[in-house]
Write a protein that binds this ligand. Structure first.
Ligand SMILES: C[S@@+](CC[C@H](N)C(=O)[O-])C[C@H]1O[C@@H](n2cnc3c(N)ncnc32)[C@H](O)[C@@H]1O
Length: 302
């Protein structure tokens, strides 16, 4: 596959904060086009190793083609990052010296109408990052009871008009395409026109649900400390507040910052990590539109 175009977000920042070294072992939890993995391979030469995970076989084959010249230093594994422990076991690695997770979808996933992620391009209502996953957006849109659909749009999309939208969707069933869904949503919404497309929040909610993105993130955050060597670092890039809040809270808890304090103000929690970034690192004018909402947080295993 030659047309896989994804502009890497915060590439130099991730690489500087993970500080890869020759001979180290690194994990890219979200291989995508291989942009972060390539930087890690370049910086950990001549013998450092990078394992790249993705649940999307198209990403794995594009990244494998791009990184093939690194030979045995690069290993691609088809896995969700929620299963990172099992993925590392599969390649015989106990702990890594650094890892990165660049959450969400890649530009090719969004841009290909056939993947069904976008309300800008008409395609089947799919939205699965892993095309073999059991549940597509069409299953949710056409199968969920109205109240559950409304809760999903509200909980994962923060869509305040969720009830009106769910009612309109149920009335229009069956809905098979992204353009049809976007039209039904736009038609259901009242109030003044917004800056963003009326279907933005609903599409985000469906995508998060189809791919269980918050569940995956929670499993990644739970497994993280056990997969890092002492001194090893983990970098997570999130793109919206539902994700960033989880990352921030979990990192603070692991660092013992939100644990109960004793009478002398000493933390009663055992810190397993320290925060490398006290505040999230943001893009400083790269011109990459995807980077505008990116927040990068990094911890180090102690
Ligand atoms: C934003 S892109 C990564 C781009 C990459 N960092 C680069 O520079 O080219 C996110 C990738 O992670 C994958 N992905 C998202 N959630 C995943 C999960 N839970 N498990 C494995 N891969 C996932 C997507 O399929 C997509 O290819």
């Amino acid at each position: 596959m030659t047309s896989f175009q994804h502009e890497t977000v915060l590439g130099p920042e991730v690489c500087a904060l993970l500080a890869p070294r020759d001979g180290g072992v690194y994990l890219d939890c979200t291989l995508g086009g291989g942009g972060h993995a390539e930087r890690l391979l370049d910086a950990s030469g001549p013998t450092g190793r990078v394992i790249g995970l993705d649940r999307d076989p198209a990403a794995l084959s594009a990244a494998s083609a791009r990184l093939g010249h690194f030979g045995e230093r690069f290993t691609a594994v088809r896995s969700t990052f929620g299963d990172l422990r099992a993925a590392l076991d599969e390649v015989g690695v106990t702990t890594v010296d650094g890892l990165v997770a660049d959450l969400g979808v890649s530009s090719p996933q969004l841009d290909q109408a056939a993947r069904g992620f976008s309300f800008m391009r008409d395609g089947p209502l799919d939205m699965r990052m892993d095309p073999d996953a059991p549940t597509s957006a069409a299953d949710l849109v056409n199968g969920l009871p109205e109240a559950e659909l409304a809760d999903l749009l509200y909980g994962l999309g923060e869509e305040r008009q969720s009830r009106r939208i769910a009612r309109a969707i149920v009335a229009a069933r069956p809905i098979t395409g992204t353009a049809q869904l976007a039209q039904v949503i736009a038609g259901a919404m009242g109030g003044p026109r917004e800056r963003i497309h009326p279907a933005t929040r609903s599409f985000q909610a469906l995508r998060l649900a189809v791919n269980d993105e918050l569940g995956e993130l929670d499993r990644l955050l739970a497994a993280l400390p056990g997969c890092l060597s002492v001194g090893g670092r983990a970098a997570v890039i999130s793109f919206h507040s539902l994700e960033d809040r989880r990352v921030k809270q979990r990192f603070r808890a692991l660092a013992g910052l939100d644990a109960e304090k004793d009478a002398y103000g000493r933390s009663l929690g055992v810190a397993t990590v320290r925060l490398v970034t006290k505040k999230a690192v943001e893009d400083s004018g790269s011109g990459n539109p995807r980077a505008r909402s990116a927040k990068l947080r990094v911890i180090e295993r102690v």
